[in-house]
Write a protein of this length. Structure first.
Length: 538
């Protein structure tokens, strides 16, 4: 432990020296721009393109797949919602304590009863907290603000629609994550898309396709852990910290990044059990605190809530935001930001859920469908309402504080100053809550740290899949991960978020290969679990 911590300190020294250079953010942007532009052009390849709007194939794939799974499984996001709550509450824990295994072969035979009874590392609630901490992050604060700045209030509606449909996708991928996980001799669990893609497709007779898709996923997941799950988070945490402390130099950003890297490093050294023990405490606290603040603002502006919802619905189908590209444009902005925020379809959350202590894979799939609801339907909507009501300027007469559409890159002018991402949300909070800059800074930093520690686990699991499960591979990945904490803190928002979007959405393609081959397995496991619940009630 001491040697690993010393490595973190040794990593910090050259970074602090490098941070003294002027124009560090520009240098990082210049280094990342060719990479992010190249990947973005590939991942967001448009199937339709006009002067005002482009429709990327990946977004169409995400939304169409989510709609298909919702219909095929008969709206699990509605009819199994109560069951999911009960699983998290522990109402059906006795099923996991009874004899038999949840990870059965496709014909229903038990693989290894004794091993399956004991496998798993965390509880349903801990797995949910870890996965939620990976999704409930600055996508809910900065991402929502970015969506509204670009697409106007109407983007909120399409974010919620995407989140609602994404509940079904999360259910499918997290069920498979448990169903096909590996359990080491020491009880350590290894799971996620790279395992259900390779194992599941092998069962279907497509072994080579499964191996290739699994490797591709692992590579993109590592990239996603460095980008959206790390650099984008430290970037927004640094933005609000610099604003609160009145710091302007790029060196200050790098120094904040080093401090964040050391904090995150101390936590992630302990593996999934320590990560889960931290997130199960931090996530409910930070989410509860943030939701309470939003509820307070909405409460003091109660008379404007119906006006805000009316504007959201109206702008969803008839947007007026400058440069948004009409109806299709605002729909795409909402879908893109929702998909980035809740990651349904990317497969990342199944890595955390696969470590759960259960014998019924579908039980954790049901728990997982709560994530997009918490993340997008609840928290993103609250953030959006706060920003929209703030922009009313005191009433809904038509005058606004900033212009929707902004500069076309996510920045808007408020009182002659350009704000973007978390800065917009911070400005909205400051209008109603004294010292809200301190509160929101704490919230952003907690969101960022919790997301980073969860994504470090996702990336590490993918790294181990590619390079083995030895200690050298472990420490190599963690040092690289911590390096990107500093890079994100020192870079500008646009370069980091472009790279992050590309990496997160790239994971969708190989993950969907697994989901479309294996969704019948999920149906069988769901029936198996619901039948077991009925038996306990009888």
């Amino acid at each position: 432990m001491k040697k690993k911590f010393l490595s973190l300190l040794l990593l910090a020294a050259p970074l602090l020296t490098f941070a003294q250079e002027k124009g560090l953010d520009q240098k990082i942007d210049e280094a990342f721009k060719p990479i992010s532009d190249f990947f973005s052009s590939l991942i967001f390849f448009p199937i339709y393109k006009s002067e005002s709007v482009e429709i990327p194939f990946v977004l169409l794939l995400l939304v169409a797949s989510a709609a298909f799974f919702t219909i095929y499984f008969k709206f699990p996001n509605i009819f199994h919602f109560k069951t999911a709550i009960n699983v998290v509450r522990g109402k059906y824990d006795e099923l996991d304590e009874s004899h038999g295994s949840g990870n059965s072969d496709l014909d229903g035979d038990i693989r290894d009863t004794n091993k399956e009874v004991q496998e798993g590392e965390v509880t349903h609630f801990q797995a949910l907290a870890t996965a939620v901490s990976g999704t409930v992050g600055n996508g809910n604060i900065a991402g929502v603000a970015l969506a509204i700045a670009l697409g106007g209030p109407g983007a909120t509606f399409w974010m919620v629609v995407c989140g609602f449909l994404g509940m079904s996708t999360k259910f499918v991928e997290c069920t498979l994550g448990v169903q096909y996980r590996d359990v080491g001799d020491d009880g350590t669990v290894y799971g996620g898309p790279m395992y259900y893609i390779s194992k599941g497709l092998k069962e279907r007779g497509f072994e080579m396709l499964g191996k290739i898709a699994a490797v591709i996923f692992a590579v993109f997941c590592i990239g996603g852990s460095f980008g959206g799950g790390n650099a984008a988070q430290s970037n927004q945490a640094t933005v609000v910290l610099k604003e609160l402390l009145g710091l302007e130099s790029t060196a200050a950003g790098a120094i904040i990044g080093v401090i964040l890297a050391i904090l995150v490093g101390v936590i992630i050294i302990g593996g999934i059990k320590r990560i889960a023990s931290v997130t199960e405490k931090v996530v409910p606290f930070m989410a509860g605190l943030y939701v309470l603040a939003c509820l307070y603002i909405l409460g003091v502006n109660f008379s404007l809530i119906d006006d805000a919802f009316s504007l959201i619905f109206r702008e969803a189908f008839n947007p007026t935001a400058i440069g948004v590209g009409g109806f299709i444009g605002v729909l795409l902005v909402g879908f893109k930001r929702a998909a980035f925020s809740n990651e349904a379809g990317a497969g990342s959350a199944s890595i955390a859920h696969s470590a759960v202590k259960t014998k019924y894979s579908a039980s954790e799939g049901l728990v997982a469908l709560l994530e997009p609801f918490i993340d997008t339907v609840v928290i993103c909507t609250m953030t959006a309402l706060v920003i929209i009501i703030f922009n009313f300027g005191g009433d809904a007469s038509g005058a606004t504080i900033f212009q929707y559409g902004g500069d076309g890159a996510g920045a808007v002018m408020i009182d002659g100053v350009a704000y973007e991402g978390a800065g917009i949300t911070s400005k909205a909070f400051a209008a109603y809550i004294p010292f809200s800059n301190v509160f929101l800074t704490i919230a952003v930093v907690l969101f960022a740290v919790s997301t980073m520690i969860s994504w470090s686990y996702y990336g590490l699991q993918s790294w181990k899949y590619l390079f083995g499960r030895g200690k050298k591979a472990d420490i190599t990945y963690k040092l690289l991960f911590l390096l990107f904490v500093v890079i994100g803190a020192a870079a500008s928002m646009k370069s980091i978020w472009d790279f992050s979007d590309a990496m997160i959405f790239a994971m969708v393609f190989p993950n969907m290969v697994g989901l479309y081959f294996l969704f019948p397995v999920v149906k069988k496991q769901l029936k198996r679990y619901t039948d077991a619940i009925k038996t306990t009630k009888a």
